[in-house]
Design a protein around this ligand. Structure first.
Ligand SMILES: Nc1ncnc2c1ncn2[C@@H]1O[C@H](COP(=O)(O)OP(=O)(O)OP(=O)(O)O)[C@@H](O)[C@H]1O
Ligand SMILES: [Mg+2]
Length: 292
């Protein structure tokens, strides 16, 4: 749907400082109909990348290609993309409803459609009660919710969300994740940044992992966990003839596992449980970064 092709971007440092090379040959795709998580530590260039995709920031080198579904170029893609910025400090003097109505009008949506969309999404994001109040009185989480309603107003094909879960309370996080799932089932494409790996793990089918200006990993989530599996380690819980009621446990490799099981049984013991070690995405990512 979007191809980010060999992008370079650097910023001028302060006086006497070296140029800050943020992206050095960044390449990945945003696949249609998938939820892609864009992971990377603070300052790794996630927001910079998103701003370049949306045309807010110039690219030093490389190119971004928009697929036919998006009309083939940024200009025609724009009204098919919904964007939620990282830090939304827009229209402070307006009420939530005024802001959304204004944004909907800019996006050339009919006023009936605007009203319908506001009602639907504000209710889904539990922000309806605050719509009559000025945005400057909103909490961070309320601003996030309002920004999400805004991103969804024109029923976009592609959602680009910069840290959509940041600043939300646990209930808000669940609600936001549910909405992302729902949108996915409607066939929407979602690209969202986060540095919280467990959030990505819960909703994403693909991950793009940014590290030192490049993509360290870009593939389905299951591949990431599979290719970085720490090794074949197992925990064996067993009763030997001598261990009594409590039982014992041992951590072994796949090879040792066979031997240990054989010898326990030979000695008249019993095997209670053999558990393969589960690699979390968190561990997988740290394994990758250590190797890099
Ligand atoms: N306009 C700018 N001028 C100078 N440096 C910038 C500018 N925008 C970003 N940078 C630098 O580029 C790097 C990447 O910043 P970016 O905001 O893209 O990171 P991020 O991955 O979004 O981080 P975070 O997780 O904190 O949101 C940082 O070192 C930042 O200081
Ligand atoms: Mg950012």
């Amino acid at each position: 749907m979007i191809l980010i092709n060999n992008i370079y971007k650097s910023f001028r440092g302060g006086v006497g400082e070296r140029r800050n090379h943020v992206l050095t040959g960044l390449t990945f795709r945003i696949h249609e109909g998938k939820v892609t998580g864009f992971l990377g530590p603070n300052g790794s260039g996630k927001t910079t990348t998103i701003r370049m995709i949306l045309g807010f920031l110039q690219i030093d080198q490389g190119e971004i290609q928009f697929g036919d579904q998006l009309g083939g170029c940024l200009q025609s893609a724009k009204n098919k993309i919904g964007f939620m910025p990282e830090d939304s400090s827009f229209g402070q003097q307006l009420t939530g409803r005024e802001f959304l109505t204004y944004m909907g009008t800019l996006a050339r949506i009919s006023s009936a459609q605007i009203r319908m969309q506001i009602e639907h999404w504000a209710s889904r994001l539990s922000i309806t009660d605050a719509l009559g109040r000025q945005i400057k009185g909103y909490s961070k989480g309320m601003k996030q919710r309002l920004a999400m309603v805004n991103a969804l107003l024109h029923d976009p094909q592609l959602l680009i969300l910069d840290e959509p879960l940041a600043g939300l309370d646990p209930i808000g996080r669940v609600e936001m994740r549910e909405i992302m799932q729902e949108l996915k089932h409607q066939g929407k494409t979602i690209f969202f940044s986060s540095h919280i790996i467990s959030d990505v793990e819960r909703v994403c089918e693909r991950v793009v992992l940014l590290d030192r200006g490049q993509v360290l990993f870009n593939s389905p989530l299951s591949d990431l966990v599979a290719t970085t599996a720490v090794g074949d380690r197992y925990t064996i819980n067993y009763h030997s003839s001598a261990s009594g009621r409590e039982g014992e446990s041992a951590e072994v490799t796949g090879e040792e596992k066979e031997q240990l099981i054989a010898s326990i049984i030979q000695d008249g013991g019993t095997i209670d449980r053999v558990t393969p070690e589960v690699v979390t995405l968190e561990e997988a990512v740290y394994n990758l970064q250590d190797r890099g």
